[in-house]
Design a protein around this ligand. Structure first.
Ligand code: NDP
Length: 494
């Protein structure tokens, strides 16, 4: 570990206790059981988290319900809610290095990403939604009937179960927590088992910043127990889930029993389309960032690169040259741009897909193997598979790692048809200097987000979510507010 890493406090991270955060305090799980959490860059045990069971979930839901019916739902005005959210953002900003460090140790992502992207994004998202708290309003209705007046109220949905994955632990959580708080809901958060530490720390910080007890509770433990208990709990009004399509399907089924509101942000196999008239160097950079940012463990990763045949060789040559300089290394080194995959299991899955691709006839243009970083950690070489066709498994299934597949095309019609030939529809990229073509292709792509001449950019004001089996509902932007409110119509008689 270098001096710069030490400067980030790497030797002494402040970890939360192996307990649950319910009703504003730390509490042991009923089972008394804990689960170890590992640093994927060193394979060393980092700490432990509590393994909650259904009794703990029940306590958390009861606390969230009480908070909803208490000050948070009654006495605290929307504007005051906004002030509290700003204070949380300010406190987090003061402790940005500490949170970034724990995120990196738990997930394996470069400290550069945690410190300069993940935690700042969380702070910014909190401030964006803090601004919405006193702007969520109903309307008067132009009714004709035996009424003197009719209007709508926008009310909180109630208790929200937020279930989040391990790839962007803090960002995925705040995309749910911030709009839910802005609308006056209370929350029970179930973070991913691999990466629960920052969620626990964040809940404590939010409480210290003035969020009343019970408004944000965190229950950790196995998804199949804790997650499922939350989804089935009759006291939970809405489930907001981000994760795999397979678990998303199960959540829909489990939520059906109590007719819960559900929003799902699931997997993707996003096309990144480069036309021959594009700025090739910019497209190379976009293709590279589209797949290798976040180790490729990104739901919206541009994992299918469609290249117009005329520029295929030039683009691949440049992309491979750039990728050769991306060397997996210690995530705590500020210069590192590729960290460790989240777990041994995830790396095994990703490497397994490389073998599948080779057996299907793909050529490995670069990478394809585990990477050796001081003989430990779940590192993998950034990988490009060329000579792929869209019906291969490596082009249809989400790999969720640093593996790009390259598919040639001949014209815009074919590019759009191939891009849309997927069960997923989360995001897409288009690279061209022809503005008419860019907009026409963007309109025809079945994807919730399209980036033109850029990739992987987000803004809290821009709704994000999927078409097709990438899920439904939208996070971020004004649209997210609709998923955290109910509309009540009130008729006033004579
Ligand atoms: P999962 O979908 O299993 O996990 C996401 C979250 O759901 C975690 O908090 C998990 O808890 C929880 N969960 C698991 N089972 C249930 C259940 N039955 N009911 C309620 N909640 C549950 O993702 P994985 O971590 O297993 O990753 C597998 C694959 O999913 C990846 O390889 C990738 O393809 C995809 N994925 C997509 C993501 C995205 O952003 N769209 C993010 C992460 C993964 P626990 O961690 O305890 O299992």
């Amino acid at each position: 570990m270098g001096d710069e890493a030490q400067a980030h406090g790497a030797g002494n991270p402040e970890l939360p206790p192996a307990e649950l955060f319910i009703n504003g305090e730390w509490t042991a799980p009923e089972s008394g059981e804990t689960l170890a959490t590992e640093n994927p860059a060193t394979e060393e045990t980092l700490g432990a988290i509590a393994a909650a069971t259904s009794g703990d979930v029940d306590r958390a839901v009861v606390a969230a319900k009480a908070a909803l019916n208490g000050d948070w739902g009654g006495k605290i005005s929307p504007r005051e809610r906004g002030r509290i959210m700003w204070r949380i953002a300010d406190r987090l900003e003061e402790r940005i290095d500490e949170f970034a460090l724990v995120e990196t140790l738990d997930n394996g992502k470069p400290i550069f990403e945690s410190r300069y992207v993940d935690v700042p994004t969380v702070i910014e998202c909190l401030r964006y939604y803090a601004g919405w708290t006193d702007k969520i309003s109903g309307e008067t209705l132009p009714v004709s009937g035996p009424f003197v007046h009719a209007y709508t109220r926008r009310e909180p949905v109630g208790v929200v179960a937020a279930i989040t994955p391990w790839n962007f632990p803090m960002i995925q959580a705040i995309w749910k927590i911030a709009p839910a708080l802005a609308c006056g809901n209370t929350i029970v958060h179930k973070p991913a088992t691999y990466t629960s530490l920052t969620a626990l720390k964040f809940a404590e910080l939010a409480h210290e910043a003035g969020l009343p007890a019970g408004v944000l509770n965190v229950v950790t433990g196995r998804g199949s127990q804790v997650g499922e208990a939350l989804v089935r709990h009759p006291g939970v009004n809405k489930v907001s889930f981000t994760g795999s399509t397979e678990v998303g399907r199960g959540i829909m089924r489990d939520a059906a029993e109590t007719i819960k509101r559900v929003t799902l942000e699931l997997g993707g196999k996003s096309p990144n389309i480069v036309f021959a008239d594009a700025d090739i160097d910019a497209a190379v950079k976009g293709a590279y960032n589209g797949i290798f940012y976040g180790k490729g463990e990104v739901c919206a990763a541009g994992s299918r690169l469609f290249v117009e045949r005329a520029i295929h060789d030039e683009l691949i040559e440049k992309l491979v040259a750039r990728t050769r300089r991306l060397v997996p290394a210690d995530p705590l080194d500020p210069k590192t741009r590729m960290g460790a995959l989240v777990s041994a299991k995830q790396r095994e899955t990703v490497l397994g897909y490389v073998e599948v691709g080779k057996n299907e006839g793909a050529e490995v243009a670069i990478g394809g193997e585990a990477a050796n970083v001081e003989g430990r950690g779940y590192f993998m070489q950034p990988t490009i598979l060329d000579g792929v066709s869209n019906e291969m498994r490596v082009a249809q299934e989400e790999i969720f790692g640093p593996v790009l597949v390259v598919i040639p095309f001949d014209d815009a019609e074919e590019a759009v048809a191939l891009a849309n030939d997927s069960i997923y529809g989360l995001a897409a990229g288009v690279w061209t200097r022809d503005i008419g073509k860019a907009h026409s292709v963007a309109a025809r792509l079945e994807a919730g987000t399209v980036w033109i001449n850029q990739y992987n950019w987000y803004d809290s004001a821009g709704a994000f979510g999927g078409y097709k089996q990438s899920g439904f509902g939208r996070e971020l932007g004004r649209q997210a507010l609709d998923h955290y409110t109910e509309t009540k119509t009130v008729y006033v008689g004579k």
